[in-house]
Ligand binder design. Structure first.
Ligand code: 4AD
Ligand code: MG
Length: 430
């Protein structure tokens, strides 16, 4: 059995293919079967006079998404998008559908498609998105492997919060309580003190009540951390990584981007690097000039990010946020401690924040003070303070959201299509 994706070099050969019938039509004596096997789609043409009666009966009774195995000859077909076609010589049924496949060619509402996510994934668009997602994940891992970062996975059950206590999922943990991890960062600070450069890549959880096109309650995040790396180097690393991922998708998933009708010009810009760095204070002024009612000291909302990113042709870094709007662990700028040494990387075309990163506080006393200011339980952070007590070094890191990256690179309206089975405030099924 051969993959449809590997058919092209087999012109002139007899092959066996297994897959699902995603479409078909018949002219009485000729049967056109559109077959998909998850690696691609191809048309197989059968003529009644040239195949056995049993095969013809299978074809005549076929239903959408029934599974079949066919035999045939691969032929060049310039009119087909793939350039090939199969001249079928037999068709054997693996399994017929039980009733009609719920997703038809007609328009379906989003809720219906989401309820049938397990079946919707078989559509050409969803298939393309999943392949781009795979390419991005693989590119990320390859990038960090080549940069000598060691993958050190952070735990998912955690005793404390990292990114703010209001968004925690609580779970019963024997006779105590645990929280699902919101970020693996604190653990990466420990592992990077052991291995210099580390990262984790796994699911993170936030019980965000936000019903937006950018929020999931369970999302995947890659978090990198490096000892002796300052915030300037941190941004350079993020830029290099982003350019690498985008180039990789352009190079290897061109067909899928085409299926998604993605305009690749903005991606080509992102692949070049040279992302502008804009200080928070200047971003506020720029936003006000563009008509936003944002006030100095406010965090950037999704709308502000959209307005701002539309002014640039590639991702941008917004740097030096006010201490008050960011997490407790961010290092204040020694030149102006009202601001922190951080950056959010915003994707262009209105996509907004994809990366959050910063230099971390390396002074034990200051960190302890910040934990108190944020009313966090000190006992839970003793181990985290140890990192500063035993040979503290300047260090920085960042977290990139996988689904936000997929949404941007694929050019999707909504984050729910970026992950096989999305979890949102109102969806836990299927
Ligand atoms: O900016 P965030 O909250 O940063 C952190 O968690 C840091 N601890 C990272 C670090 O420095 N190691 O989240 C990082 C990224 C965001 O920029 C966004 O891409 C993604 O995670 N993200 C979400 N993606 C989908 N749904 C949500 N609810 C998300 N919240 C954050
Ligand atoms: Mg953030």
């Amino acid at each position: 059995m051969v993959d449809i994706a590997l058919l092209k070099p087999k012109i002139g050969e007899q092959i066996e293919l297994s897959g699902w019938a995603y479409n078909f039509r018949s002219s009485g004596s000729i049967f056109f079967l559109q077959l998909r096997d998850g690696t691609g789609r191809v048309q197989a043409v059968f003529s009644k006079s040239e195949i056995d009666a049993e095969s013809w009966a299978v074809l005549e009774n076929l239903t959408m998404e029934s599974s079949v195995t066919i035999l045939g000859l691969v032929k060049a077909e310039p009119r087909s998008p793939s350039g090939i076609e199969v001249q079928g010589s037999s068709c054997r049924l693996i399994a017929a559908t039980v009733g009609e496949f719920p997703i038809s060619k007609k328009e379906h509402g989003t809720d219906f498609l989401m309820d049938n996510r397990h079946l919707w994934l078989r559509s050409i668009r969803q298939e393309a998105i999943m392949r781009v997602r795979n390419e991005i994940e693989f590119a990320m891992r390859e990038f960090f492997y080549k940069k000598n970062f060691v993958l050190t996975d952070s735990p998912i059950f955690t005793p404390n919060a990292c990114e703010g206590t209001s968004e925690l999922f609580e779970v019963k943990y024997f006779d105590t309580l645990a929280y699902l991890s919101q970020s693996g960062q604190l653990y990466q600070e420990a592992t990077s003190s052991a291995l210099k450069r580390t990262y984790c890549f796994g699911p993170t959880f936030r019980s965000e009540k936000s019903k937006t096109r950018r929020h999931l309650t369970e999302f995947w995040m890659l978090e990198a951390e490096a000892s002796f790396m300052d915030q300037t180097e941190n941004m350079a690393l993020q830029e290099e990584m982003t350019a690498f991922i985008v180039s990789r998708v352009l190079e290897r998933r061109a067909d899928d981007l085409k299926t998604l009708e993605r305009d690749i010009a903005p991606l080509q810009k992102a692949a070049e690097g040279a992302y502008p760095r804009i200080r928070y204070t200047d971003a506020i002024k720029q936003l006000q000039a563009l008509g936003s009612d944002i006030k100095d000291g406010d965090d950037l909302g999704a709308d502000d990010e959209t307005i701002l990113t539309k002014q640039y042709d590639r991702p941008i870094f917004i740097t030096h946020y006010p201490v008050e709007v960011k997490s407790f662990y961010m290092k204040p700028d020694p030149e102006d401690p009202r601001f922190v040494l951080n950056a959010d990387m915003l994707a262009p075309e209105g996509y907004g924040e994809v990366i959050g990163g910063s230099q971390r506080i390396d002074d034990a006393a200051l960190l302890e003070q910040r934990i108190k200011d944020h009313k966090l339980p000190m006992e839970a952070f003793e181990w985290y303070l140890d990192i500063r007590r035993y040979g503290s070094v300047p260090h920085s890191g960042f977290g990139i959201g996988l689904e936000r990256s997929v949404a941007w690179i694929c050019g999707l309206e909504h984050i729910r299509e970026t992950i096989p089975f999305p979890r949102t405030i109102n969806r836990l099924n299927p």
